[in-house]
Write a protein that binds this ligand. Structure first.
Ligand code: ADP
Ligand code: MG
Length: 494
């Protein structure tokens, strides 16, 4: 395998943030479990949560004579990811045996890819505030998962569950391009978004479908790369941030105490908030990698890649740019609305029905998202459909009701979206007063009752104007059209 000469990678050009005078260097290895029905080399099911050992066949159990057969769908997932990340999809890649002993690995080796992986190069880029950050990828290779040791249910013994053995994984490896825990988490979130978006992984971190190993080192600016420690199996963004932050502080403390960092694999303990060494790190040579004689080279025809390219959805970054150019949305709105495909299509359906892109964006990012969060709902299960939200937005856009009344109506729709919006406006008395004659009468009353504010305004106190608007709004029970009210009041006081 041609590994990059990481020692020669210079500091990032735009001064990375330093922690106590140290530069932080992070590289990620992410295991994404692929969305296939069966295992990577057998026909056993990959369904999560089944009774232990009920989904392990002769191949997964490594019974003598059982031979692996490649799952086409797993390869398709790898190709999809390669296309989404701008990588090179190798026309010929090789499966290799990674040899080690562990009770949950009955073959005594894991089938992986070593020298020639299926996906090579590519990048993931994302925004940190307004600055764009690009993380280069080294590779993504196909491999099988191992089984699981169960310690909880047994006293003095451990059990082995081989249901997970042979589950298809893509291991996605970055260059050591990240310079802070924040960048690392942002990278992981972006990658998570992409793999779920293109439907190669369900992204369920609790079930272990997307787990990250963070390689962390520190160095003085300009010095060669420091020795890394690898934090294994981070399966929540919160723990990821905590684990990396702890690790950075720990490494700096060691170095400041005059100690050296030893390359190691560590685990994060969420209880204590600390990382603990699990084993000193093996080198590739320890695994005696060699090409698996049971599997021929994986050959991928250009035509197949082209077919898959044709079936790819619009990617989040492209969609984001389209939201800015077609709908005239600010960058921030476009980024937020493309956080998930579901949110993006809800937005597009709303705009298609009401034509009000910015209002739709405001309502979805604000009132709707807040209610969804409170109810712990995904937008797919939103009790108010895009069509109904669009109708509500139209009544606001044409001045029939105020923005604030819109919120009251949304509350009502939230519990029962079958009621007509017009009926709700009527029954709640929320119709906005747009009649200038009525508004003028209202203003006259307010001016008469608040002579002191009028005097203050005439004496140059701008604030008194707002007080008068407030009074008029209150007198209209919030139903006066605010723009009209402002204009009429300005005229009266001129
Ligand atoms: P291995 O395969 O032995 O784990 P690799 O060289 O493939 O080692 O690197 C694994 C990961 O560690 C990659 O994501 C790489 O970017 C990252 N990495 C390598 N060196 C460092 C370092 N000094 N500090 C932080 N990360 C590193
Ligand atoms: Mg590794």
């Amino acid at each position: 395998m041609s590994k990059p000469d990481t020692k020669s990678i210079p500091s990032a050009p735009n001064d990375p943030p330093l922690v106590q005078g140290y530069e932080v260097v992070i590289g990620f290895e992410t295991h994404a479990q692929l969305l296939t029905h069966s295992k990577i080399f057998s026909r056993a099911s990959t369904q999560f949560g089944a009774k232990p050992n009920s989904q392990a066949c002769a191949v997964d159990l490594a019974l003598p004579g059982a031979l692996p057969v490649m799952n086409k769908r797993a390869v398709e997932c790898a190709i999809r990811l390669g296309l989404a990340l701008g990588s090179h999809v190798a026309h010929r890649s090789i499966f290799a045996r990674k040899n080690y002993f562990y009770p949950d690995l009955p073959k005594g080796y894991q089938i992986s890819q070593f020298e020639i992986p299926v996906v090579q190069g590519g990048e993931v880029s994302f925004f940190m505030g307004t600055t764009q950050k690009t993380v280069r990828l080294v590779r993504a290779h196909l491999e099988e998962d191992a089984g699981k040791s169960l310690h909880e249910d047994f006293v003095g013994m451990s059990g082995i569950d081989l249901n997970r053995a042979g589950t298809p994984l893509l291991e996605i490896v970055t260059e050591p391009d990240m310079r802070s825990s924040q960048e690392a988490v942002a990278y992981a979130k972006e990658l998570h978004k992409i793999v779920t978006w293109i439907q190669v992984c369900d992204g369920n971190m609790q079930e272990g479908s997307f787990r990250c190993d963070a390689n962390v080192s520190v160095r003085k600016p300009g010095a060669p790369l420091g020795t890394r420690r690898e934090i294994k199996n981070l399966n929540s963004f919160k723990f990821m941030q905590q684990a990396i932050d702890f690790e950075i502080r720990w490494q700096i403390e060691q170095l400041e105490d005059g100690k050296v960092i030893e390359q190691a694999t560590v685990l994060f303990d969420p209880e204590s908030g600390e990382t603990r060494a699990m084993r000193t790190k093996e080198d590739a040579a320890d695994y005696r990698y060699f090409p698996d004689p049971d599997l021929p080279p994986l050959v991928i025809a250009s035509q197949w890649i082209d077919e898959i390219r044709g079936s790819m959805p619009e990617l989040p970054r492209a969609m984001e740019q389209r939201f800015v150019s077609t709908y005239g949305l600010p960058e921030y709105d476009a980024t937020t609305l493309t956080q998930s495909q579901q949110m993006a299509s809800y937005f597009e359906a709303t705009v298609a029905a009401c034509g009000q892109a910015k209002l739709a964006s405001n309502w979805i990012m604000g009132e709707l998202s807040r209610r969804l969060n409170e109810a712990d709902l995904e937008i797919d299960n939103c009790p108010v459909s895009a069509q109904i939200l669009a109708e509500l937005i139209s009544t606001i856009a044409n001045g029939e009701i105020s923005n604030n009344s819109g919120k009251i109506i949304l509350d009502a729709l939230w519990t029962d979206s079958s009621t007509k919006i017009s009926a709700l406006i009527e029954s709640k008395g929320l119709k906005q007063v747009n009649d200038s004659g009525a508004l003028e009468r209202l203003i006259d009353e307010v001016l008469a009752a608040n002579a002191d504010n009028v005097a203050q305004f005439k004496a140059g106190k701008e604030k008194a104007f707002n007080a008068l608007i407030g009074q008029a709004m209150k007198a209209s029970k919030g139903q006066a059209n605010p723009q009209q009210l402002t204009e009429l009041l300005k005229k009266k006081l001129a």
